[in-house]
Design a protein around this ligand. Structure first.
Ligand code: GRF
Length: 179
């Protein structure tokens, strides 16, 4: 099977990106995509020698699609990317995009999921899923519960730790059905 060449899409600190970059050298991250030039994830990518594509306001999803193809990207990891992907982009990359989400989906999709699950009667956890046209709605690849600590800061730390473990697991093992 051909190797996966990843593009990681990031808007924030990029701790999940770091988890990916920390992995075995054979893992191929071809590109970092961000709409936030100052995101810490951009620094991490540059330090690791990963090229960065800035999704500026004058750029389009079609341009991004073309660039991903040009760079030989065949899988996309959304690691804290705070921009909704349009349906036609998702359909072009059908079943080749995955996302990490800090709750036990289908509970608490969208934003502030850690806080909402902490304050709820439900368990906390992490989900990695394929991306489809419904926000946080694609097929679940892996899902793990995390202990609900008394303090939200600690609960949040545990969620992020679990994310990093699961991200590495999935990146190592995942074979898209549409290669
Ligand atoms: C993570 O909690 C992820 O689940 C969510 O956004 C956050 C990104 O964190 N989608 P980081 O930038 O990887 O540190």
């Amino acid at each position: 099977m051909a190797a996966l060449n990843w593009a990681v899409f990031v808007s924030g600190s990029g701790s999940n990106l770091r988890a990916i970059l920390d992995m075995h050298r054979a893992l191929n991250v071809r590109l970092l995509v961000t709409q936030r030039k100052l995101a810490y994830g951009v620094k991490r990518a540059r330090r690791a020698g990963v090229p960065v594509w800035h999704f500026d306001k004058d750029k389009t999803w079609n341009q991004l699609d073309a660039y991903l193809n040009e760079r030989g990207v065949n899988a996309i990891f959304l690691a804290g990317f705070m921009k909704i992907l349009p349906a036609d982009f998702v359909s072009k990359w059908n079943r080749r995009i995955i996302n990490v989400h800090p709750s036990l989906l289908p509970l608490f999709p969208g934003v502030s999921s850690i806080q909402r699950s902490f304050e709820s009667e439900f368990a906390m956890g992490v989900t990695i899923h394929e991306v489809n046209e419904i926000v946080d709605g694609g097929k679940v690849l892996i899902q793990r519960q995390v202990r609900k600590s008394e303090k939200i800061e600690e609960a949040e730390r545990l969620v992020h730790l679990k994310e990093h473990q699961l991200v590495q697991k999935v990146v190592e093992a995942w074979i898209p059905e549409q290669m």
